[in-house]
Design a protein around this ligand. Structure first.
Ligand code: CU
Length: 135
C-alpha cells in the first residue's frame, strides 16, 4: 500500500510539471525578415496561445527592424520580450502592436512571453517562445 501511495504521488507530480521536452521553436522553419526599399526589415508575427508564428526570425545587424505583432486570442493577453534589444511589449487579446529596434550585435536571442496566471506555468513554459537570429 505504501508503494501505491508513492506511485500516485509520482503521477501527480508528473502531471503538474511543465512540459519542456518538446521544443516548438526547433520545428519552425527560420523566417528571413525581408528588407524593404526604405532599408527597414519588416515582418508580421501572429501571437496565439501559446506561440509566435513565425517563431524564428533572421535579421541583419545594424538595420532597423519593425515587427507588427498581431494577437489572434479572444481573452488571453500576451507580450513580446527580447531583452537583448530592449524590447518588451504587451499585446492585448485581439490587438495589434508594433515594435521597432535596431539590433547592434549579432547572435541568437530569445523571444518570449512571460505572462502567467498564477499558479499555472508561464506562457513561455507552455511553449510561447521563439528566437531572433541576428546576422
Ligand atoms: Cu503569452
Amino acid at each position: 500500500m505504501r508503494h501505491l501511495g508513492i506511485m500516485i504521488l509520482l503521477f501527480a507530480l508528473l502531471a503538474v510539471l511543465p512540459v519542456s521536452a518538446a521544443d516548438p521553436v526547433a520545428h519552425q522553419p527560420p523566417f528571413v525578415v525581408p528588407l524593404g526599399p526604405d532599408g527597414v526589415q519588416r515582418a508580421t508575427i501572429t501571437l496565439d496561445s501559446y506561440s509566435y508564428t513565425p517563431g524564428h526570425l533572421i535579421v541583419e545587424a545594424g538595420k532597423p527592424v519593425e515587427l507588427t505583432l498581431t494577437s489572434v486570442t479572444t481573452i488571453v493577453p500576451h507580450n513580446f520580450i527580447i531583452k537583448e534589444v530592449s524590447v518588451e511589449h504587451d499585446v492585448r487579446a485581439g490587438k495589434t502592436a508594433v515594435v521597432k529596434f535596431t539590433p547592434a550585435q549579432t547572435g541568437i536571442f530569445a523571444i518570449y512571453c512571460d505572462k502567467r496566471l498564477w499558479p499555472l506555468p508561464s506562457h513561455r513554459d507552455k511553449g510561447m517562445e521563439g528566437k531572433l537570429e541576428v546576422k
